[in-house]
Each structure stands twice: as C-alpha cells, then as structure tokens.
Design a protein around this ligand. Structure first.
Ligand SMILES: [Zn+2]
Length: 122
C-alpha cells in the first residue's frame, strides 16, 4: 500500500499544469511507502520521456522509489514506452492526467499493474 502526501501531489499537479501541453516528469522520494517529495534532476528536459528513462538507469539515491509523469491527453494509462521505463527500476510509478485536479492520477507497479495510492495529510 502506497501513500502520497497531499502537498506533494498538489506540487506535481501544479508542475504538470505549468508544463502543459508538454509532459512533466520527475522521480519520487519516499519513506516507509509514504511519497513525500519529487526529485528533479538539474539539466534534464522534464518533458522528455527518454530523459526520464536515462535518469532511471542511473539511480541517484536509494530513497528514490519510482517516477511520476503527466499525460496531457488526460488518459492515465501507461504507453509502451512507459511500461519499458517502469520495468527498469522503481517500485511505484504515477501518471497524472489533464486537467490535473487532485484525483486525476493512477499508480502502477513496475509490471504496469494498477496499484492503490491514497492521499494523506491536509
Ligand atoms: Zn506516459
């Protein structure tokens, strides 16, 4: 069971709105299955899914548990490229969809199976 802090999810939605109509992507940091922070890698183009893929092949620290990226189409289903990226590493992968309200997200494991992700905090 995964949890995400409400303010972290809000930050993801705001960043996704800022990036629209491009994709936004970042890595997720968690402690005890609670996602509490997103990690941006300096010098990368956040809208480029292949950059995200590259970041994944070189993990920066072990508190990074997965990834998040936005789908400007509004459909929060992983693409074939997403599934390849998920399978490389990371236990939890979030896709958020336009219009990026707090409930516009889905979470997946590294095999692409949908997993529950609950929001905690105010
Ligand atoms: Zn995607």
């Amino acid at each position: 069971m995964w949890l995400i802090k409400k303010d972290t999810l809000q930050m993801i939605m705001e960043a996704s709105k800022d990036s629209y109509p491009r994709e936004f992507g970042a890595l997720l940091r968690a402690e005890d299955n609670v996602i509490y922070e997103i990690a941006l890698v300096p010098g990368t183009i956040q809208s480029d899914r292949y950059t995200l893929f590259y970041m994944y092949s070189k993990p920066i620290d072990f508190s990074l548990v997965g990834s998040v990226h936005s789908h400007p189409s509004g459909i929060t289903k992983p693409s074939d490229e997403d599934l390849r990226m998920f399978s490389l590493t990371g236990k939890i992968h979030i896709i958020v969809g336009y219009p990026y309200n707090l409930k516009d997200y889905s979470a997946y494991d590294r095999s692409g199976n949908k997993v529950p992700l609950e929001i905690i905090g105010d």
